[in-house]
Design a binder for this molecule. Sequence first.
Ligand SMILES: [Zn+2]
Length: 291
Amino acid sequence: MIIDFHTHTFPEKIVQSTIAKLSASADIKNYIAGTLADLCSSMQNHGIDYSVLLPVVTNPAHEKKINRLTIETNEHFSESGIISFGGIHPDNEDYKNILKDLSKNGIKGIKLHPVFQKTYFNDIRYKKIIDYAMELDLIVVTHAGYDISYPGADFVTPSHILPIIKELHPKKLVLAHMGGWNCWDEVLDQIAGCDVYLDTSFSMTPLRSPKSKAATLSKSDSADIKTSRLQLGIGEFQKIVKKHGIDRILFGSDSPWADQGECIRILKNTGLSDLELSKILGENAGQLLNL
Ligand SMILES: [Zn+2]
């Protein structure tokens, strides 16, 4: 069983403009067009059973629309294999009702994005949201580390995450991007070994700008693409996994910003045993999601 714990799609109406905007600000390319249908065919192509969708609420006024779509998307779960989480913004003052409503509708978790939401992860508003999500047994996924679109914006580095772990002891907190994108030393020192999950999304895939020709990594072009020093090296990945423990690492791609198949291939080349690989690729997520 393969579960991709970190994917994004956008509604048809805004998909092109949103992808173009995000791609330009991050200077990275998308691998599929970014609709739900594209994600479903990518899953079929790469043998992925389930994908977790993580919508980001960048404006508190968009919360209702986004979560309505979340609930709608989940109604088709048995055919699509798509599990959509809900979104919430720290400025949504009625956070309790929002979370209660998501939970009542069978939604399994929520996504926070402190960089896009311009709020420190240890802000009281996030604390309240996480605390109440824990009460409802919801999974909380947060973007972690820097964001390639906002260089230097340190809203959710290990120094903001650690106090929350120590204060709230969340049992179902998932830190995206291996615990903190581009904070790899701090993750190894401070986060690895904590009782949280780390997803592998956007951590080891080579960064390719929209100008580069190669849509996927093939033997002929792999030599031309240097893995950016921003990304996590295989040796560093192994150290984090060893210290953190294999049971709380979840495979994620960050599709459409990476190719799901390539992410699986990269993971398979990190020297993990078959047993370790099957835990990361699906078993751990299956248990967390109660599948
Ligand atoms: Zn993402």
